[in-house]
Design a protein around this ligand. Structure first.
Ligand code: GTP
Length: 593
């Protein structure tokens, strides 16, 4: 048996390589391949990104004539999910580290390598996409040796797409990775590395048995949450779930035990027996907490029940998504949701829109601030509505990250400027190889969640890659920026910002609203304010849009039709005071230029 994972920078070909391995090991027939795998196992990736870990057992007959069970654990490919990745890696003895032959080593290649090294895993470097005309295998070998400290000459050069040299990868897994250790007679310790929801069976828990044996009918306990269940089924992951009489030390498989909610299983928790429990849980458990927050409202207030239902369904399968009811004067009822990062937010938004057909308005994403009041109290605030009276505040703190940005040297100037604009500090630069820079910066998380990644991609013409770790809280000068329309505050447009950034943000919002709110018969004043201080303003002059002006002649029925249409359009607007604000105005404010 061998347990391994594939790690790579995004787009270097992790999933393509996984597909090839699955195909070569004959887990699914050629004929079924497309449907089965790309649909089941890679459902998430089809939508652009892996957000759950997956596992599959590949039977492989090696050159030595023996058949090995290779457990491939596929991990999410993004920093937002790095805790899940770390638990999945904890279930392995080794990894394939995939490097694109035309791109070389990038930020997440390094970040993933460090993660693998933290878990003492054996690392097999693989150079992919050697079929590309722009592939430079020698340069990739050199970077693997010099930047990663691995043996670049040993790296296996393949093309996952054109099926070149894949058997060498399988042989390396068997020869270079150690078999799992563990004693099936010991007290049970099984690591939970993911959980998925099955509408018929409830939660299917993905586990790696470290010690002991697990069988159906046994009573188990989750050591951190202290919940107890009875095991209904255990098994391995083949093309589908395959029930087995037992799982033993070293194996990767699943357990179904009548757990209703995915949220009741915590990734990283240890399963043991209720009788004769293990002395202590496996190390490394942390409760993951959301770091980015945004309120989600349906464009049409009638869609609230559908939104509620859709969020419930997503939460069944996504333990890291949080949601609480929220309401806004302008937008009606919605949910305040917490996400692991901006990408997680985007995935959730996209799924709500695509799978559930909803149109949504999301408020400006916010981080969680710490606010210390004059009477020594500490509050955590992520929703501008709960920002206390500024006169009661002693000081505030905001979360910071250490960002690692890799790029070709020629972009260094513009990236530095970008980071400094975003209040970056303590920069550090290294040159992992000639022509490439690894720039590290400490930045407030709030500055990164807005549109940093898009901007980075723009200024580096797509060559920059970005990775980050949260490093803690620091003091900040915080304020609540309000947007007023005819002196009335639009709660959905309020945001918590650093004072220095308030004015540009306010100017932007005021300008966008001026361009998107239709003229009325009266003047409309749009203002950005901190408390009672106005920091940006603009006015929309009075004017009645005469929709009938295009109608010559005296056809009154046609005129009436146009007026009716104008009325219906107005229904889709949100009234603030007596000013109708169209949905596109809310969206425009959230978009950067
Ligand atoms: P994420 O799941 O987004 O992290 O990406 P990934 O690392 O799994 O990459 P994926 O397998 O989706 O491949 C990214 C792109 O590279 C796809 O368009 C693949 O078709 C392409 N690709 C993968 N392997 C090869 C290869 O060997 N040669 C060439 N030319 N293209 C490849």
């Amino acid at each position: 048996m061998r347990n391994f994972s594939i790690i790579a920078h995004i787009d270097h070909g992790k999933s393509t390589l996984a597909d090839r391995l699955i195909q070569i090991c004959g887990v699914v027939s050629q004929r079924d391949f497309q449907n089965q795998f790309l649909d089941n196992l890679y459902l998430e990736r089809e939508r652009g990104i892996t957000i759950k870990s997956q596992a599959i057992t590949l039977p492989y007959t090696a050159e030595d004539g023996q058949t090995y069970h290779l457990n491939l654990i596929d991990t999410p490919g993004h920093v937002d999910f790095s805790y899940e990745v770390s638990r999945a890696l904890n279930s392995c003895e080794g990894v394939l580290l995939v490097v694109d032959a035309s791109q070389g080593v990038e930020a997440q290649t390094l970040a993933n390598l460090y993660l693998a090294m933290e878990h003492d895993l054996n690392i097999i470097p693989v150079i992919n996409k050697i079929d590309l005309p722009s592939a430079d295998v020698e340069e990739a070998r050199r970077q693997i040796t010099e930047d990663l400290g691995l043996d670049g000459d040993e790296a296996i050069a393949i093309s996952a797409k054109d099926n070149i040299n894949i058997p060498a990868v399988l042989e390396a897994i068997v020869k270079e990775l150690p078999p799992p250790v563990g004693d099936s007679d010991e007290k049970l310790q099984a690591l939970i590395f993911d959980a998925q929801y099955d509408p018929y069976r409830g939660t299917v828990i993905y586990i790696r048995i470290k010690e002991g044996t697990l069988k159906p009918g046994e009573h188990i306990r989750f050591m951190h949450t202290e919940q107890e269940y009875k095991v209904e089924e255990v098994g391995l992951f083949g093309a589908k779930r395959e029930a087995k009489p037992q799982l033993t030390a070293g194996e990767v498989g699943y357990v179904i035990a009548g757990v209703k909610n995915v949220a009741d299983t915590k990734v990283g928790d240890t399963i043991t027996h209720q009788k004769q429990p293990a002395d202590k849980p496996l190390p490394g458990f942390t409760e993951i907490k959301p770091v980015v927050f945004s309120s989600i409202y349906p464009v049409s207030t009638d869609d609230y029940p559908e939104l509620a239902d859709a969020i419930d369904k997503l939460m069944l399968n996504d333990a890291s998504l949080t949601a609480a009811k929220d309401s806004s004067g302008a937008l009606g009822f919605g949910f305040r949701c917490g996400f692991l990062g901006l990408l997680h937010l985007e995935v959730v938004q996209e799924r709500l829109e695509r799978e559930f057909g909803l149109s949504l308005i999301l408020t400006v994403p916010s981080v969680r601030y710490r606010i210390y009041t004059n009477d020594g109290e500490k509050m955590e605030v992520e929703n501008p509505s709960y920002y206390p009276d500024p006169s009661t505040i002693d000081y505030c703190e905001e979360p910071y990250i250490r960002a690692s940005i890799m790029m070709p040297e020629r972009y260094i100037g513009s990236v530095m400027t970008l980071c400094l604009e975003r209040r970056g500090e303590n920069s550090n630069m290294t040159y992992p190889s000639p022509g490439r820079v690894d720039l590290s910066f400490e930045l407030p998380l709030a500055e990164v969640i807005y549109d940093f990644y898009d901007k980075l991609k723009t200024v580096t013409q797509g060559y920059g890659s970005f990775d980050y770790d949260i490093i803690g809280y620091r003091r900040t000068d915080l304020a609540r920026l309000d947007i007023l329309v005819n002196s009335e505050r639009v709660d959905a447009l309020s945001s918590l910002v650093h004072k220095e950034r308030a004015r540009p943000r306010a100017l932007h919002a005021v300008k966008k609203l001026r361009d998107t709110i239709p003229r009325q018969q009266f003047k409309i004043a749009i203002q950005g304010a901190i408390g009672s201080t106005i920091i940006a303003r603009s006015t929309i002059g009075a004017f009645r849009k005469d929709v009938t002006s295009k109608c010559y002649g005296g056809d009154i029925s046609r005129k009436r039709k146009l007026l009716e249409k104008q009325k219906a359009g107005k229904k889709r607007m949100k009234l603030v005071g007596n000013v109708p604000i169209p949905q596109k105005a809310f969206l425009a404010v959230l978009q950067s230029d």
